[in-house]
Design a protein around this ligand. Sequence first.
Ligand code: ZN
Length: 241
Amino acid sequence: MRVLILSDVHANAAALEAVLDAAGEIDAVLNLGDLVGYGPDPNEVVKRVRDLPLAASLLGNHDLAALRRLDLATFNPWARAAAEWTARQLTAEMRDYLEHLEPHAQALGFHLAHASPRDPVWEYMVHASQGPANFAAFAEPVAFVGHTHVPRIFTRQARTEVSPARENTILRLEMEPRRILNPGSVGQPRDGDPQAAYATLDTDTGTLIFRRVPYDIARTQARMAAAGLPRPLADRLSYGR
Ligand code: ZN
């Protein structure tokens, strides 16, 4: 089975379409959350992902904000403005879809969490020191997380090691070593590479590939300007920061 792993699409329809085109034939999709927030296409993105062959679909902190289930004081002013705009845009149908999601799940033998296994809404998994408590928080060999918008590989050995996951990094997933993997962000990458980030997995061979694809950034930026979304949120897409 060929699986597409998506996270942090953030209402960027141009980036999502580029990823779906590049991924080709897929049998199942794992959505790690934050379908909306920041970007100009919340309804289009929720509908497009909802209609994919989802094996799991998670709720992220920006989805919670758009549902007005989160205190927006925790967001910086630009993110807050985008969350308020998104909350006004979402149709009842798309809001209802998001309302039924959870921030963690099990699917296809994997543990899934939007942010981290021990704190699925908020914890940014960045440092190796966060490994032990998070590996203890799930039983499966491998977990997938999103939230930081930076592709990363946490590997459980004698101690936890963490490394960036560059484009075309290939991993063979096995029982050992255990891993926590972040595919990066489709709609707002933050590792200095503005291309949309995602991963594909062949479950027959256990082969995971971290992938990037260029998309029409100017189209998304023009739509953000037209929507009156904060300019810095559009500018950052050019730099992948
Ligand atoms: Zn996010």
